[in-house]
Design a protein around this ligand. Structure first.
Ligand SMILES: *Cc1c(COP(=O)(O)O)cnc(C)c1O
Length: 339
C-alpha cells in the first residue's frame, strides 16, 4: 500500500466516474457541439449565477486566458507573492499576456484591501505600468489551503470598482473553501468578473478546469483558448467526469479536511516538528526543527511507502484527497507517531 499525499491531483478516476465518462454524449467541442461540455459549462455558469463558462484542459490555461482577457501588453496585475499565477504557471503572465505582476507581501497568500489599493500605480503616472487587474486565490495553494475572509474580498471589489480594475479569482480549490467556510458559489459569482475552478484537484477528475464569467469579460474567451491551444474535440468524456464529480465528490471534501486536521494534531506533538501552519482545508504545511533535515524526514516516510513533498527551507507539505482512505489515514498517523 502506497500512501501518496504529495497532492490532491494524484487521484485516479473512480469506477462510477469511469462509467460516466464512457457513456458520455460527445461531439466536436470546437464547434460547440459536445453535449457533455455544454452541459458542464451551463451547470457551472448557473451555479455561480454568471453568464458564461468555458471548459479548459488545465487550471493554468484557464487562469492565463483570464489574465489575457483582463489586460493589454505592458500592464500589471496585482497578486500575492505566493500566487499560483506568478509562481507556478511557467512565467505565463509575461509569455502569454506581456504583463508583469505587482507582488503583495500578504499573509499565507492573502492580503488586505488596503494592501491592494497601495499596490495600484497612479494611472496618470506614465512611468510605471498601468494596473488593470487584481487576482486572488482561494483557497491559497502555497499559503497552505488558507481561506479568505469574504468581507475582505468584498472590500477588494470596492477597490477594484473605484479604480476601474478587473477582479479575477483563481479558484482551483474554491470547492474546499465552500465546504470549510459554508459559503456558496452565487456569492462569489456576484463579486468577481472571472473565476477559474479546477475539477482535477479535490473533485478527483483526471483533467479539466472551467473559466466562469460575465458576457462582457468573456467575449474573447473562445479565441484566447484557441490561441493557447486549448480547443479540444470530443472532450465531453472529460466534462462528464466533471459532472459526475460535482454530484458525488463535492460534499465529501469535509472528510479530507477532517483528516488533514488530525494529521496536523499528530505532527504538532512530534519532537522533530517546529511548527504546523493553521489547517483550514486539505493542505498541511509544517516546518522541521534542526534535529532532522527535510531529506531525512522524507526518506524515513519513503521507507514506509509514504510520499509527501518537500517545499524547501525545512518546510514539508501533505495534501489529503479522495483516494486517501481511512485505512491509509490510520497507518499514516501510526507511522508519524513512531518516527
Ligand atoms: C493547481 C492549481 C492551478 C492549476 O493547475 P493546473 O495543474 O494547470 O491544472 C491553479 N491555481 C492554483 C492555486 C492551483 O493550486
Amino acid at each position: 500500500m502506497i500512501i501518496d499525499l504529495r497532492s490532491d491531483t494524484v487521484t485516479k478516476p473512480s469506477k462510477g466516474m469511469l462509467d460516466a465518462m464512457i457513456t458520455a454524449e460527445v461531439g466536436d467541442d470546437v464547434y460547440k457541439e459536445d453535449l457533455s461540455v455544454n452541459a458542464l459549462e451551463k451547470r457551472l455558469a448557473d451555479m455561480f449565477g454568471m453568464d458564461e463558462a468555458l471548459f479548459f484542459p488545465t487550471g493554468s490555461m484557464a487562469n492565463q486566458a483570464a489574465l489575457k482577457l483582463h489586460t493589454n501588453p505592458g500592464e500589471q496585475v496585482i497578486c500575492d507573492k505566493y500566487a499560483h499565477i506568478y509562481n507556478y504557471e511557467g512565467g505565463g503572465a509575461s509569455f502569454n499576456s506581456g504583463i508583469s505582476c505587482k507582488l503583495v507581501d500578504g499573509n499565507r497568500g492573502m492580503f488586505t484591501a488596503a494592501q491592494a489599493e497601495e499596490s495600484i500605480n497612479p494611472p496618470d503616472f506614465y512611468h510605471s505600468p498601468l494596473t488593470s487587474l487584481i487576482a486572488i486565490e482561494n483557497t491559497t495553494n502555497k499559503g497552505g489551503g488558507a481561506c479568505w475572509d469574504f468581507e475582505e474580498l468584498k472590500k477588494i471589489r470596492t477597490v477594484a470598482d473605484v479604480h476601474n480594475l478587473g477582479y479575477h479569482l483563481d479558484g482551483a480549490r474554491l470547492w474546499n473553501a465552500f465546504i470549510a467556510k459554508n459559503e456558496n458559489p452565487k456569492q462569489y459569482g456576484e463579486l468577481f468578473d472571472t473565476i477559474s475552478v479546477c475539477l482535477s484537484k479535490g473533485l478527483g477528475c483526471p483533467m479539466g478546469s472551467v473559466l466562469i464569467g460575465n458576457k462582457d469579460k468573456m467575449k474573447g474567451a473562445l479565441r484566447v483558448r484557441k490561441i493557447l491551444g486549448g480547443g479540444m474535440r470530443q472532450i465531453g468524456f472529460a466534462a462528464a467526469a466533471g459532472l459526475y464529480a460535482l454530484d458525488n465528490h463535492f460534499n465529501r471534501l469535509a472528510e479530507d479536511h477532517k483528516k488533514a486536521k488530525e494529521i496536523g494534531e499528530v505532527l504538532a506533538n512530534l519532537t522533530t516538528v517546529k511548527k504546523v501552519e493553521p489547517i483550514e482545508t486539505n493542505i498541511v504545511i509544517f516546518e522541521l526543527n534542526d534535529t532532522m533535515s527535510e531529506t531525512q524526514f522524507l526518506n524515513k516516510l519513503d521507507e514506509k511507502n509514504i510520499k509527501i513533498i518537500g517545499m524547501g527551507s525545512n518546510k514539508l507539505r501533505m495534501v489529503t484527497h479522495l483516494d486517501y482512505t481511512d485505512q491509509m489515514h490510520n497507518k499514516l498517523l501510526e507511522s508519524l507517531k513512531s518516527l
